[in-house]
Design a binder for this molecule. Structure first.
Ligand SMILES: NC(=O)c1ccc[n+]([C@@H]2O[C@H](COP(=O)([O-])OP(=O)(O)OC[C@H]3O[C@@H](n4cnc5c(N)ncnc54)[C@H](OP(=O)(O)O)[C@@H]3O)[C@@H](O)[C@H]2O)c1
Length: 291
């Protein structure tokens, strides 16, 4: 028999957990939200009559408790449930934040609970969804051994892949996700602004650059980062890099420092791939650091 569970904070992520774990045979003891109307809406989507605005009323007899409030409310919510003896001995308490470690759930330990975090690498935009948003994604987990083992089963039952991360470095995991997602946007914004100067604007810029981006992602997957690196820095083409810097400086000086910083990091990748010598790397660095 699958374990019982409660969802405290039943918004986009909490509702998806409620709905798709119920489908997998997990037994929902109840859900709670701050406002009654939100709790009722989530209860209708999941198909339960057990909802409340008082978290510890629905957590008390659950084997698993998800605290899926906004990040800023997780710690206080956990503290309030613990103060009201809302966690049973050996209950596994999990939150889904990507930036916060499981240690913020420490108040639950006073009730004899185990704590962990499981962060789905997915964007949940709507709580009403017919498809399973966990299917095929990666869920990153850390925490007590018991909590990690329970989360591993949950992740498998949701149709996702499991990745174990270090509790003490969780914030770096989050920085990595921000870099891969948010800073990819920043990087493409830089490319769009430069290509616009060459006479290509708007959605044409995306159309032209998309196959290049996809090809690069394919190469990284197939051959890894150093080998996937092509272009002037990988070739040690000092003249082309100099011309880039001169022209960006003339036409888009506000973008020059980002271009230089990316170039400097790229030299290290070329060096690790052994496509340039130490002396070429030094010359490239001098040019990129000039002025
Ligand atoms: N959305 C995403 O794409 C995504 C992806 C990965 C991880 N996460 C993580 O998942 C967690 C939930 O995010 P979300 O996007 O699902 O949030 P959300 O849609 O804003 O839902 C938050 C829910 O928490 C309830 N809540 C707020 N304060 C509460 C309190 N003090 N006690 C009980 N319930 C309370 C809200 O109730 P009311 O409606 O009544 O205010 C709402 O139902 C966060 O830790 C977030 O970092 C989110």
């Amino acid at each position: 028999m699958k374990p019982s569970f409660a969802v405290v904070g039943c918004g986009k992520v909490g509702t998806a957990l409620g709905k798709f774990l119920t489908r997998k045979g997990y037994r929902l003891t109840g859900l709670s939200c701050k406002n009654r109307s939100s709790a009722q809406k989530a209860a209708e989507i999941i198909g339960t009559n057990h909802f409340s605005t008082v978290a510890w009323e629905i957590t008390k007899n659950s084997e698993i408790v998800f605290i899926t409030t906004p990040d800023s409310a997780i710690q206080e919510t956990c503290f309030n449930i613990a103060q009201n003896n809302g966690f049973s001995q050996n209950t596994v308490v999990l939150h889904c934040s990507g930036a916060l470690p499981s240690t913020i759930l420490s108040p639950a330990k006073t009730c004899g609970a185990f704590t962990g975090s499981m962060h789905p690498l997915q964007s949940f935009a709507d709580s009403k969804t017919d498809y399973n948003p966990f299917a095929g994604i990666v869920v990153s987990v850390e925490g007590d051994d018991n909590a990690v083992n329970t989360a591993r089963e949950i992740v498998k039952d949701l149709g996702a892949d499991f990745a174990k991360i270090k509790t003490e470095s969780k914030i770096l995991y989050h920085a990595a996700a921000v870099t891969a997602s948010n800073y990819l946007v920043t990087l493409l914004d830089l490319a769009f602004k430069l290509i616009e100067e060459a006479g290509i604007a708007g959605k044409d810029a995306f159309k032209i650059l998309k196959p290049l981006v996809e090809g690069t992602l394919d190469n990284i997957e197939k051959v890894g980062i150093p080998t996937a690196l092509t272009g002037p820095i990988a070739r040690g083409d000092i003249e082309t890099v100099t011309r880039h810097l001169d022209e960006i400086g003339r036409k888009k000086p506000e973008l020059l420092s980002l271009y230089r910083t990316l170039g400097l990091h790229t030299i290290d990748i070329a060096l690790s791939g052994k496509t340039i010598s130490e002396s070429t790397a030094e010359n490239l660095k001098k040019i990129l650091l000039k002025n």
